[in-house]
Design a protein around this ligand. Sequence first.
Ligand code: ADP
Ligand code: MG
Length: 478
Amino acid sequence: MEQNHNNVWANCLAVISDNISTQAYKTWFSPIKPVKLDNSVLTIQVPSQFFYEWLEEHYVSLLRKTIRKELGKDARLEYSIIMEHNLEGNQASPYTVKVPTSHRAATRNPEVNMPIVGQPAPIKNPFVIPGLRKLKIDSNLNPNYAFDSFVEGECNRLARSAGFAVANKPGGTAFNPLLIYGGVGLGKTHLAHAIGIEIKNQTPDKTVLYVTSERFTHQFIDSVRNNTVNDFSHFYQMIDVLIIDDVQFFSGKEKTQDVFFHIFNHLHQTGKQLVLTADKPPVEMQGMEQRLLSRFKWGLSADLQTPSLETRMAILEKKMYGDGIDMPREVVEYLAYSITTNVRELEGALISLIAQSSLNKKAITLDLARQMIDKFVKNTAREVSIDYIQKVICDYFDLPIELLKSKTRKREIVQSRQIAMYFSKKMTKSSLANIGLHCGGKDHATVLHACRTVNNLSETDKHFRKYLDDLEKKLAIH
Ligand code: ADP
Ligand code: MG
C-alpha cells in the first residue's frame, strides 16, 4: 500500500495507543488530524497551542519513536495549530510549527511561522483575483465550531435560531446582516463559524469567508501600501457569505470603515449574506460612522447572554462527551457553579482539570477541582454565590431547591432557608436585601433575624452545630 498521511498516522496511533492510558489517548491523540505527508515530513493538526506544548512536553519521545519507525530515521513531525482566535488578534487559522524530531533542543524553541493558512490558500494573498469565475478560497472555518457542538439555551436562543435560518437560506432572509453581539467568551465566534460551516455543508459551491475585523483591517492597510485597494475590494465583493468577527475593532478607523461600507453595500445589493459579530449592540458602538451603524440595523441584531446554570452544565457535558472524558457529576456541578460569566473560562477550567488529572494520574475529584479552580480563577475576585450555598444546603438536607427559594413556612424549610441566609451573609458580599430576595423574597430584617437565630441555635444545640460545621466544610473552598 502506498504511504500517505492517513495510513502513516493510523499506524503511529496503533503503537501509541498501546503505550499510554486510554484516557490520555482520548484526550491528547484522538483530536489530532493528520494533514499531509511530504517525503518524510508528517504534518498533524492539533486544536491549540496548549495542546501542541503538551504533546511536546509529554509525548515527544513516543512520537519520535513511532514516526521514525514508520518513516525512517529522517522522519520529521510538523504541527499545524488551529489558532485560538482573539489571542493577539489572530484568527482561527492554522499555523505551522516545525519541529525537527531529531533535535530536542530545537523543539524548545520551535520556529513559528504565522499566520499561515493551512494550505497555500489564496486568502493569504486575497489580492490576486483568479481568472476563474468561481473563487476558490479557504473559508477559514474552524470545524470544531459547528452547530452540533453549540449548546442551545435561553441565553442564545434567538441568535442561534436566526443563525440557523441564515445558514439555510443565506441572503434570503430578513436577517441581513445578521449581527450577533454579546460579551467576551459567550459564543459569538463559535456561532459565526457554525453558520459558515452549515452553509458550506449545504452548498459547497458558495464562497464563504470568515475573517476577523483585525485581519480585514490589516489587509486593507497593506493594499493601500501596495496600491492594490481595487483588488482588495473586488476580492471581497466576490464573496457569497462574508462573516466578519468583532466589528467593534473598526471603530475609529475611518478609511477601513469606508471601504467596508462599499463592500457591504455591494454584497447586500447583490443578495449576498453578511454575518457580523460585535461586543455590543449598534446603539452603543462608539467611533463608528453613522451610515455604517444604520446598515447594521437593517437586518437583525441578536444578543448572546450569559448562560444559566443548566446551560453551563450542558456545555461542560457536551464538551466532555466530545472529548470522551468522564467525570463525576458533582465536579461538573461545581465547575458550573463556580464559573458563571464566561464559557471560555468554563472550558479553560475543564481543560486544566483534565490536564491536571492526566499529568498527575489522579482521578478527577471534587477536591482536585477545588484546588484547580483556586489557581485558575485566583485573580478574578470570586466568592461563593448564594445559588451555590443554597444548592449545597439543599443537597445536604435533601430538599428541593425550589422550596427553599419559595415563600413556604414549613418548619424544616424555614430552618434551611435561615441557614442559607446565614452563610450568604457570612460568605458573600451580597446585601441583606439581595440575600432576602434570593431566599423566598424576604426583606432585610428577616435576613438579620435569621442570622441571629442561627447564631443562637449553634450555641445551644449540639446537633445544629454539627450541621453548620458540616456545611461550612462543604462550602469552604480554601
Ligand atoms: P466570543 O467570540 O463571544 O468571545 P467564543 O465563540 O470564542 O466567544 O466562545 C468561547 C468558547 O466557549 C468557545 O470554545 C466556544 O466553543 C464555547 N462556547 C460558547 N458558547 C457555547 C455554547 N452555547 N455551546 C458550546 N460551546 C460554547
Ligand atoms: Mg470571538
